[in-house]
Design a protein around this ligand. Structure first.
Ligand code: GDP
Length: 526
């Protein structure tokens, strides 16, 4: 049994991973519906990505009135408190997603029954595997003709290299979809399509031998009994320890749009999914039962809500208890700051946080001093690890249309780059602003947001940079010499770290050979 205080042990902090269109938004909405956080489905706006043109996507990003709530959603369910963290859908935001996944204790993988394992799912699974994050699986859209369920499980096992343990099993599919059988409760939940809308309880039949089954299914009842026998023999049993090690995933079937299969998932989610887990810091492991507050920042967002023009740093509480008005040590800059208020994300409304416990996420108001990866404590010098920055692969120079707006431009670019999806570099020898990103959509987004949020007209022009590396050297003299000799290719990133901007890969290799004692890092730990 857990030694954690009850309220902490009941925390469940997770994210949904899926390929676009598999149903992440719909599942999210239905989880909120069953969690009582919303009364009617259709009130959560998805942040659509790949399915839309860039311009549509940006328009939607702009209408992010509720995006505070869609970044982190807290809701109660049967005595547990669930924190669901949103991950951006678009591939160009994969680093963002990566960092969100460092702040969760488990993940839900949503798979489209007709499409099976898709490309983004594979990538996201790889990210989860880095920390052995426990994964639950929801196979969605059973109301449509899809692939054979056994074949789907085989595909998950082969492609994603994780064992599957079905917990519910679908009865029929598409037009013939009749419901799901829960292999452990031995209950059959009958399907009735209820598009959108409110929760409707379908009939539940207890036990496979229940005569009610024969009454409803006729001859099919016997076939179902045989099938379930077969499934039990051919599949893995649910093994909680293996699940918590990230080696086995419990699988649920349903149809999110019909509110179906979601309750079965949630009921088991709160009992299977891990409580807040210990976190590695450079100095030691921090456990959630410690009295003193610790936490790390995994995401920053500027101007999230047009009605509150502010920048919010999202912090995962790792230990202790956050209380409004308390003093926190901002470890990187070595200062104590009083936090009069923070944002919580309860029940879909942005609220002032009175307190928060391990597993919870709070939003700190950021006035430019907080960076992704920052650790907050009650005085201890501690640095949480495992929240990396990746060297961008595309670079552009920001060019201002109206030179009078230089100050606004600098402020805008700095604030947007704090979010981490794009990165700002200032060359040592020129006044240029160079933005690096992993995907080309980022440049459009930054230009669009500069205009919308900072009133700055700017364009991005090609620049002769092919790749960037963060520079490190044990010997300060050597570093100084390198700084002088290679100044034309050196820049500072938004946090002031020295970065080598290489015009070509060959140039990078040559520079490396010439300076064997200097480390050129493709990732940087925040
Ligand atoms: P996301 O891109 O992963 O967030 O996916 P959405 O939740 O937006 O769903 C993508 C599409 O699939 C939408 O048109 C949904 O209405 C539809 N959809 C979601 N769940 C189901 C389901 O259970 N059955 C069917 N037939 N369609 C679904």
């Amino acid at each position: 049994m857990s030694k954690l205080p009850e309220a902490v042990a009941q925390r469940r902090t997770f994210a949904i991973i899926s390929h676009p269109d598999a149903g992440k938004t719909t599942v999210t909405e239905k989880l909120l519906l069953f969690g009582g956080a919303i009364q009617v489905a259709g009130t959560v706006k998805g942040r659509k990505a790949d399915a839309h043109a860039t311009s549509d996507w940006m328009q939607m990003e702009q209408e992010r009135g509720i995006s505070v709530t869609s970044s982190v959603m807290q809701f109660p369910y049967k005595g547990s408190t669930i924190n669901l963290l949103d991950t951006p859908g678009h591939a160009d935001f994969s680093e963002d997603t990566y960092r969100v996944l460092t702040a969760v204790d488990s993940a839900l993988m949503v798979i489209d029954a007709a499409k099976g394992v898709e490309e983004r799912t594979i990538k996201l699974m790889d990210v989860c595997r880095l920390r052995d994050t426990p994964i639950m699986t929801f196979v969605n859209k059973l109301d449509r003709e899809g692939r054979d369920p056994m074949e789907l499980l085989d595909e998950v096992e082969d492609v994603l290299r994780i064992r599957c343990a079905p917990v519910t099993w679908p009865i029929g599919m598409g037009k013939g979809f009749r419901g799901v059988y829960h292999l452990y409760n031995e209950s059959i939940h009958l399907f009735s399509p209820t598009h959108g809308g409110r929760i409707q309880e379908g009939e539940v039949i207890q036990g496979l031998d229940n005569p009610r089954l024969d009454e409803l299914f006729g001859g099919e009842a016997e076939a179902l009994r045989e099938e379930i026998d077969l499934i039990r023999g051919a599949s893995n049993d649910f093994d909680k320890a293996a699940f918590l090690r990230g080696e086995l995933t419990p699988v649920f079937f349903g149809s999110a749009i019909n509110n179906f299969g979601i309750r079965e998932f949630l009921d088991d989610f709160v009992s299977y999914a891990p409580e807040p887990q210990p976190r590695e810091a450079r100095e030691r492991t921090v456990t959630p039962d410690e009295d003193k507050l610790t936490g790390f920042v995994f995401k920053i967002q500027a101007n999230m809500d047009p009605n509150h023009r502010d920048r919010v740093a999202f912090m995962r509480v790792c230990s202790g208890r956050f209380q409004a008005g308390m003093k926190l040590r901002h470890v990187r800059i070595g200062k104590d700051i009083k936090v009069p208020s923070a944002i919580t994300f309860m029940a879909g409304e942005r609220e002032q946080a009175q307190d928060a416990l391990p597993g919870d996420i709070i939003g700190l108001h950021n006035h430019g001093t907080i960076q992704i990866g920052d650790t907050f404590t009650q005085g201890e010098a501690l640095k949480f690890t495992g929240i990396p920055n990746f060297a961008p692969e595309l670079f552009r120079r920001v060019v201002l249309k109206d030179p009078m707006r230089m100050k606004a431009l600098q402020k805008g670019v700095e604030q947007l780059c704090e979010e981490g999806a794009s990165q700002l570099f200032r060359p040592l020898n020129t006044n240029e602003l160079i933005v690096g990103a992993v995907g080309v959509l980022q440049f459009d987004v930054v230009a669009h947001r500069l205009k919308a949020e900072y009133g700055v007209d700017a364009v991005f022009e090609p620049v002769n940079v092919n790749t960037a590396r963060w520079v490190r050297c044990e010997d300060p003299k050597m570093l100084e010499e390198f700084r002088r000799k290679a100044a034309d290719n050196l820049a500072e990133d938004v946090a002031g770290n020295l970065t080598y901007l290489a015009p070509t890969r060959v140039n990078l290799d040559l520079t490396r050979e010439r300076w064997p004692d200097i480390a050129f890092d493709a990732t940087r730990e925040h």
